[in-house]
Design a protein around this ligand. Sequence first.
Ligand code: B12
Length: 450
Amino acid sequence: MKRDVPHILLINPWIHDFAAYDFWAKPLGLLTLAALLRSHGLSVSYIDCLDRFHPQAPSSDSTARWGRGPYLKTPIPKPHGLEDVQRRFCRYGIKPRWLAKDLGQMPVPDLILVTSLMTYWYGGVQETIAMLRDIFPQTTIILGGIYASLCSEHARKNAGADDIVAGAADEAVFDIVARHTGLRVTARFDPQNLDTYPYPAFDLQSCVNYVPLLTSRGCPFKCAYCASHFLSPIRLWRSPESVIEEIKFWKQTHQIRDFVLYDDAFLVNAQQHALPLLEKIVRADLGLRFHTPNAVHIRSLKAETAQLLFDAGFKTLRLGLETAEFERREDIDRKVTQKDFKQAARYLKTAGFTGDQVGAYLLMGLPGQELSTVERSIQTVQAAEIKPIIAYYSPIPHTALWPAALKTSRYDLAADPIFTNNSIMPCQSESFNWETVSALKELASGSYPQ
Ligand code: B12
């Protein structure tokens, strides 16, 4: 049947991994594209293979842990090359038969857009696309997102999509629609001005229990382990007015209390961006909670900023410390000194934050990193009365550390992104042992819940 307006189906695929949890993870990029398409008159629908609130899923408490919660999981065979890992490997998300039924009940879409997150989750992307292909053999399937951007060649050969799109697709999505459906619409927003965007289409989810906010794009730093400069090369800011309007919108329409900042560099240039926004949030006195699972920059944490964060209702604050080996951090980034860290910890405490609200990420498993240095970092963080949180290093193509990762890894990282999985610590030498890793995790968890 030919429709007047093309119908676009957007899909958040399954995850295949040793571990995954909804730590406030939503496909913000895909839902931004959905909102853009919808606001330009196209018909869109959305299926989230990770939906914790699927009508057939066992009931999940939407208010638990400020919106976070476990995904449904089903054990599946381990991927080739990782058979000897002593952990269960699972598909995270809804049951395949629920997805098949949901897809079977919808009209045949004119175009399918699939997103992707972590590079090493591509198995979930493949499985999702295979099912889409089965049910809608005539429909073009396009893959975009982070895996598609970081590992374009691999994705082109292996994902099963008809085409791969790398990078931000806010404008490109209209060309894709024109190419595959014949309908050309004129974009009525300015890709250089985030205030002209519609709000991401979180309302398409079966349950909206928290809302991610992107108040800026990009990051001025180029840390050796991070791909932000590659994925979001242009720094853009929203106005504080536009962000506060969005916050009020979700509170009024969906009674949302938990807001999660996805910015790469929320506190950088705080005078121009974060401070005016935080002042507005404090003044609006909306009784909300804010969280930064994606770390904020320590050097920007001055007394005034710490106080505003506390007064605005930030409940989960994560700091990007990465290592407390300050004298050696030249190799990975230059973003923080020991003095910056100690000062920030003091400011946060004076502002009213408790030790279990503030966590400092410490990277473990960097190429050539001695595990004993992680122990020292944990102790430094604990001495500052902040919670150390271990983040296992995932080697990422297009980053400065990638060549060193290739050289030190016991896996062939270049051959298969499955080996960039952070749970297997791919850049630790053959001789490291998991007991040491568990002992470090235990030391880090100390008296605080993670
Ligand atoms: C927010 C964020 C998170 C959130 C959750 C994000 C989520 N949705 O699940 C949190 C804080 C929970 C998180 C956690 C982690 N993250 Co993270 N995260 C990010 C971050 C900062 C932004 C992603 C984002 O939302 N961007 C904004 C939107 C607008 O952009 P987008 O999604 O890319 O979408 C655009 C395009 O990709 C494209 N697009 C998207 N989909 C589609 C589909 C089609 C068809 C098309 C055409 C286009 C298209 O158009 C969109 C609009 O322009 C990125 C860095 C970055 N700058 O991308 C890291 C990043 C993705 N994370 C990374 C890592 C390492 C992690 C952790 C493993 C960290 C750790 N060691 O503990 C954890 C584990 C995650 C997990 N769930 O298990 C790495 C990826 C590593 C990898 N190997 O893939 C990144 C790249 C950061 C880095 N270090 O370089 N993360």
